[in-house]
Design a protein around this ligand. Structure first.
Ligand SMILES: NC(=O)c1ccc[n+]([C@@H]2O[C@H](COP(=O)([O-])OP(=O)(O)OC[C@H]3O[C@@H](n4cnc5c(N)ncnc54)[C@H](OP(=O)(O)O)[C@@H]3O)[C@@H](O)[C@H]2O)c1
Length: 141
C-alpha cells in the first residue's frame, strides 16, 4: 500500500515506518527533522505545531492510508496530539484521502456517485481483507 506515516521518528512512528518498509509498503514519512531518518526514506518536513497545509496535502494526497505516531516529546509539545491530528485530517479531507465510506451488505445513504478509481481501489484493497470474502460491499462518499 501507499502509506503516509506522521511522526516517523518517534517511538511508535519509527516502529511503524520500519515494519511498513519491511512489509513492502511504499512509505512517505512526515517528520519535523528528516535528519533523524535513515537514508533513502522519502520524507516530507512538517512541524505540526505550525503546519503548512500545502506540505501536508502533498504528503497525504494519493495515500491509501495515513498513520500517525504523533505525541508530545516534551512539555513544549503540549497539545500537539489534537492540534496536529486536526491538521492531518484537514489535509486528508482537502485531498479526499480515504474519503469514501463502505458498508457490508447494504447501500449507503446519499451514495449515488462514486469515482471508478475509488471503486477499483476498494476492490484491490479488499483482496487483502479476509473479512470481505463472500460479502457484498457498498461504497459511497
Ligand atoms: N494508549 C497507549 O497505550 C499508548 C501507548 C504508547 C503511546 N501512546 C501515545 O502515542 C503517542 C506516541 O507515543 P511515542 O511513545 O511514540 O511518543 P514519542 O516517542 O515521544 O514520539 C512522539 C513523536 O511526535 C513527534 N512530534 C512531537 N511534536 C511534534 C511537532 N510539533 N511536529 C511534528 N512532530 C512532532 C516527535 O517528533 P521528534 O522525533 O522530532 O521529536 C515524535 O516523532 C503519544 O501521544 C503517546 O501518549 C499511547
Amino acid at each position: 500500500m501507499k502509506l503516509t506515516i506522521f511522526a516517523a521518528t518517534g517511538g511508535i512512528g519509527r516502529q511503524a515506518l520500519e515494519q511498513a518498509v519491511a512489509a513492502g509498503h511504499d512509505v512517505t514519512a512526515v517528520v519535523r527533522n528528516p535528519q533523524k531518518l535513515s537514508p533513502g526514506v522519502r520524507a516530507v518536513r512538517a512541524d505540526l505545531a505550525a503546519p503548512d497545509p500545502a506540505a501536508l496535502e502533498s504528503a497525504v494526497g494519493g495515500a491509501d492510508a495515513v498513520l500517525s505516531g504523533l505525541g508530545p516529546r516534551s512539555a513544549s509539545d503540549a497539545g500537539i496530539a489534537w492540534q496536529g491530528t486536526r491538521a492531518i485530517v484537514r489535509a486528508m479531507k482537502a485531498t479526499e484521502t480515504g474519503a469514501y465510506r463502505t458498508a457490508y451488505g447494504q447501500n449507503l445513504r446519499r451514495g449515488l456517485f462514486i469515482s471508478r478509481a475509488d471503486v477499483a481501489h476498494l476492490m484491490l484493497r479488499a483482496l487483502r481483507q479476509p473479512e470481505t470474502l463472500h460479502r457484498t460491499i457498498g461504497i459511497a462518499y
